[in-house]
Design a binder for this molecule. Structure first.
Ligand SMILES: Cc1ncc(C[n+]2csc(CCOP(=O)(O)OP(=O)(O)O)c2C)c(N)n1
Ligand SMILES: [Mg+2]
Length: 315
């Protein structure tokens, strides 16, 4: 008996890809644009709090990548599980829309989501769990996906990982089992081309697509910031995940800021490229009046949340 053929490697043609900064964007409800703007305002506020010496430790912002969890949120159901990583503020805010609880968590103030003991990277709320340990969530998500398959068919486990995390062995054990057991596992790779200070080209032989194919797992590449197009393009594949066809979705994305604080080793050209790919000016240009209105609301909301949380007692 011959082995089943692995799925073909997906090309950039599988989903609408970026036609450039002036291509028209698909219709996006206010709610989704507000979600992206809230994440940006939240992380900008965090950086400001750091500058004022009001936060301890470090932070890993997702500035530039906010559209990824917002796009996913439109494809996820309430009963799905979401597993996040060290760069998880956007994942949490897209899922729970709770800047207050998250900021209180980061600052260890009253009202914190996890009593202030988890901080930015270790959050658990309902079916949402994050970890700062790279790759740790993949095997855990596999177990959850198996449980969902048995007890809540149609629900899935979604895991966010970075490109660098694709170097962790646990990722491959998880892909192997997910494929073998037809688990409803959705792996979202935020490929920003760098892991801390190591560019992708220096740490990955082959490709993310090729590695998924090695386990007969479907792979899709998303190379656009157009949230409506992303959702349209992924809809059928995410439905298939719910029926037990695991999927790796690779977002070609960019982080605007450093890895965490003060550790940006990228060249000026790389940083300029990340800025040029930013969704924010693109959405601003697409509908200036609506964008300015929603952005002002998001900033005012985060400013009010910040003033409130900062004034609270420690948790
Ligand atoms: C097991 C483990 N090794 C190392 C680290 C330190 N570390 C935190 S994030 C990171 C790089 C992650 O890169 P990537 O997966 O590409 O995600 P990105 O930061 O680009 O979002 C490293 C090495 C860690 N948290 N866990
Ligand atoms: Mg990375």
């Amino acid at each position: 008996m011959s082995a089943p053929a692995p799925p073909r490697e997906r090309s950039r043609d599988d989903l609408p890809h970026d036609e450039g900064a002036h291509a028209p964007l698909g219709e996006l409800p206010d709610e989704d644009l507000s979600s992206m703007l809230t994440i940006r305002a939240f992380e900008s506020a965090l950086l400001d709090l750091f500058d004022r010496g009001m936060l301890n430790g470090t932070t890993h912002t997702c500035l530039g990548q906010e559209y990824v969890p917002v796009a996913l949120e439109g494809l996820l159901a309430a009963g799905d599980h979401v597993f996040s990583n060290h760069r998880g503020h956007g994942h949490y805010l897209a899922r729970h829309r709770d800047p207050e609880g998250l900021l209180a968590e980061i600052m260890g103030r009253r009202g914190a989501v996890c009593g202030g003991v988890g901080g930015s990277q270790h959050i658990r709320r309902d079916r949402y769990l994050s970890t700062g340990v790279q790759g740790e969530s993949l095997p855990v998500a596999c177990g959850v996906a198996l449980h969902l398959k048995r007890t809540e068919p149609g629900a899935l486990a979604c895991v966010y990982v970075g490109d660098g995390t694709f170097g962790e062995g646990a990722v491959y054990e998880a892909l192997n089992i997910a494929s073998l057991w037809d688990l409803p596992l959705l792996v979202v790779v935020e490929n920003n081309g760098i892991a801390q200070s190591t560019p992708l080209a220096a740490n990955m032989a082959g490709s993310i697509a090729g590695r998924a194919a090695a386990f007969a797992v479907e792979h899709r590449l998303v190379d656009t910031v157009d949230v409506a197009a992303i959702r349209r393009g992924l809809d059928a594949a995410v439905r298939a995940v719910r029926q037990g066809r695991p999927l790796v979705v690779e977002f070609a994305t960019h982080r605007l800021g450093p890895h965490s604080k003060g550790d940006d080793t990228r060249s000026a050209m790389d940083i300029a490229q990340a800025r040029a790919a930013d969704w924010y000016p693109r959405y601003a240009a697409a509908d200036p009046e609506r964008f300015a209105r929603l952005d002002a609301v998001a900033r005012a909301h985060i400013a009010a949340v910040t003033a409130d949380v900062v004034a609270r007692e420690l948790s």
